[in-house]
Each structure stands twice: as structure tokens, then as C-alpha cells.
Design a protein around this ligand. Structure first.
Ligand SMILES: *Cc1c(COP(=O)(O)O)cnc(C)c1O
Length: 355
């Protein structure tokens, strides 16, 4: 059995793979493949409607929220959002706590003024900045809830008066959160909710009212909302895989239940690593991510040996991001606790051999 610790695209529930495969051959006993049905048919409308309603249910969204499935991945939101809300005389506030957030900042600067309220770049993004002031005139405050590359996670929602915007690509639906406090949420699907090629967007109606209409239609949130994510051909199959994953999550007990398992997994791994001096945990303890655990060893040769042992034991995706080095273990919703248990045994054995 392969243990898939990939950072994204990443593991999805096995039942999702089976159901998705079946739908490619014969979708809902129609004799048609999901890949060949028209998107403006009742067949696909049902898929989209159910996916939207499951998102609303699992996130406990109130009446004021619109749910969209858009093309382009999270990186498109890096520029689509400021394109809608900024201009040369308008300002947005951003928290710089990781590589993905810094990319969002770079794109926002093309459209308006950007106030970077705090940055942890000085320490290689190993912590989340805590004390900062946000200019009250900011059109929005943008942050990344989970820094996938660096392995940090915001443990609470900032209390601010301006609209809150969050990139939740790597921890969406992994823990209970008051999602209604956000004016805008986006997440590339390929980490926790489905296949690459689609982006989940949750937008508050009041915030939607303030978006621009003087931009290309495909960038215009109002047009996407008015057309129910069908302004053009949506990524049909990717949305279907989201639907299957959302159904699986609901069946597994929803967000509260998966959060418990996610905590078990990350606590097991962090507690094990903390007890072994051979391994270092570079991230500030209170900011550790429950999705992506980053750790290192002060010995290049041993690191290689550890990676080889992981590979031999069919554990994949453990090599750290090229900008951080060491190791990164991604433990998204679909990763079973048993995979972390197997990894922890290997970590302990390795420490016995080399400690
Ligand atoms: C993976 C990731 C992205 C990039 O997503 P794409 O869908 O590849 O554009 C952006 N933000 C975060 C936090 C991510 O983890």
C-alpha cells in the first residue's frame, strides 16, 4: 500500500476514485460518460447544485453567501480579487506569512495600493506575525489560513472591521471555523476537496456588490454569480470529483469529525518528532500546521537516508519544498491515521539506528 503524503495534488478518498472512474464509463446509468454530457443539462445541473448545497451545509454558511466553482486555481484569485476591488487610489491590506501569500501580494500590486501589515519573511516564514495594525480604509484584509510550504497555520480569525479575505487552499474543510466571518474565501480544490482544475469561492453578497463590472466578463464575480458558475463551460469533471469528496466528508461526520482525526494525526507526528533530538521542528510551536508538518535534520547524508527509507516503505511526498528543504508531511482530510502511524514507526526506528 502506498502512503500518499503529497502536498497537492494529493490523496483523495479511495471511494472517490472508484466512483469517479465509474462515472467516466457510465454516469448515473445514463449510458454516457460524465466527460461527454452537456453542462447545461439537468444531469450536470444536479451535480453543481448538490455540490453548492453541500458546501453551504458543511461550512454552515448563512443566507448571505454565494458559492462559486471557478476555473484557474487559487493563483487566478491572486489577481482576480484585486482586479475586482482595487484601483490606483484604493488600498488593500495583506499579511505576508508565506510564499503563497507573497505571490498574492505581488499580483495585487498590479491593481492598487498594497499595505503589507506584517511579514515573517525575516525568519523564513517560520512563524505567523501577531501584532500589526491594519489601515481602516483598506478595501479588504487578505491572509492565508494555512501556509502549505512552510507548515504554519493561523489558529484564530483576526478581529478586524474591514472585509476579511482568505486563501484557504490547503486547510479548507479540515477544521471548524466561523466561515461566515469572511467576505471572501477561495481554495484550489486539489488539496482537500477534489481534483485540480477548479477553485471554490465563497463570497458575501455585500462584498459582491462592491466588485467591479469594468473588467472582462470572465473576471467579473457578479456575472459568475448571476450565471451560477456557468458563465462558460465549467470544469465539469473536476466539479464532479468535488461533489464526491464533499459527499464523503458529510458521510464521515462532517468537518467537526474530520477535525478530530486531523488533530490525532498531527499530534501523533509532532509529539513523536519533538521527543527525538535527531529531528528539528523549525516552526513556532503555536503556529504549527495540522495539515503540513515541516521538519529537518542537521545532516544532509542522513536526510537522504531517511528519504530512501520512506521511499522503500512506499511513503511518498515527504521531501520538503525546494525553498525550505528537509521534509514536509501533508496530512489532508483523506489521509488515514494509519498512514501517519506507519510513518511514526519508521521515524522511531530511524532514530534508534542513528540517534
Ligand atoms: C497550492 C496553493 C496555491 C496555488 O494553487 P493553484 O491552484 O495551483 O493555483 C495557493 N495558495 C495556497 C495556500 C496553496 O496551498
Amino acid at each position: 500500500m502506498v502512503h500518499n503524503f503529497n502536498a497537492g495534488p494529493s490523496i483523495l478518498p479511495h471511494t472517490v476514485f472508484e466512483e469517479a472512474s465509474q462515472a467516466i464509463l457510465n454516469f448515473n446509468n445514463t449510458g454516457l460518460s460524465i466527460l461527454e454530457i452537456g453542462h447545461r443539462t439537468a444531469l450536470f445541473e444536479e451535480v453543481l447544485n448538490e455540490a453548492v448545497s453541500l458546501v453551504k451545509e458543511l461550512m454552515h454558511l448563512d443566507e448571505n453567501k454565494e458559492v462559486l466553482f471557478l476555473h484557474g486555481g487559487a493563483s487566478t484569485q491572486f489577481f482576480q480579487l484585486p482586479m475586482n476591488y482595487l484601483s490606483k487610489d484604493k488600498k488593500a491590506a495583506y499579511l505576508d506569512a508565506g510564499v503563497w501569500g507573497s505571490k498574492a501580494i505581488k499580483e495585487a500590486k498590479r491593481f492598487g495600493q498594497v499595505d503589507v501589515v506584517a511579514s515573517s519573511k525575516d525568519k523564513n516564514y517560520t512563524y505567523i506575525p501577531k501584532d500589526y495594525a491594519v489601515p481602516h480604509e483598506a478595501a479588504y484584509f487578505h491572509y492565508t489560513t494555512n501556509n502549505t510550504i512552510e507548515g504554519t497555520q493561523m489558529q484564530s480569525i483576526p478581529s478586524l472591521s474591514m472585509p476579511l479575505v482568505a486563501d484557504m487552499s490547503s486547510d479548507i474543510l479540515s477544521r471548524e471555523m466561523d466561515f461566515n466571518r469572511f467576505s471572501f474565501i477561495y481554495a484550489g480544490a486539489q488539496k482537500n476537496i477534489g481534483a485540480a482544475g477548479v477553485n471554490l469561492v465563497v463570497i458575501d453578497k455585500k462584498f459582491l456588490d462592491k466588485s467591479s463590472s469594468a473588467i472582462p466578463s470572465m473576471m467579473d464575480y457578479k456575472q459568475h454569480v448571476a450565471n451560477g458558475s456557468m458563465l462558460n463551460t465549467p470544469p465539469v469533471f473536476a466539479i464532479y470529483v468535488c461533489l464526491l469528496t464533499l459527499r464523503w466528508l458529510k458521510k464521515s461526520g462532517g468537518v467537526a469529525a474530520i477535525e478530530k482525526v486531523n488533530l490525532q494525526k498531527s499530534n501523533l507526528l509532532y509529539n513523536t518528532l519533538e521527543a527525538i533530538p535527531l529531528f528539528q521542528l523549525p516552526v513556532a510551536k503555536e503556529d504549527r500546521s495540522h495539515m503540513n508538518a515541516v521538519f529537518t535534520m542537521n545532516n544532509e547524508a542522513l536526510e537522504q537516508k531517511f528519504l530512501q527509507q520512506c521511499k522503500d516503505a512506499q511513503m511518498i511526498g515527504i521531501k520538503g519544498h525546494r525553498s525550505v528543504g528537509g521534509f514536509r508531511v501533508s496530512m489532508y482530510n483523506a489521509l488515514p491515521l494509519s498512514s501517519v502511524e506507519v510513518l511514526v514507526e519508521l521515524v522511531k526506528d530511524f532514530a534508534k539506528q542513528h540517534g
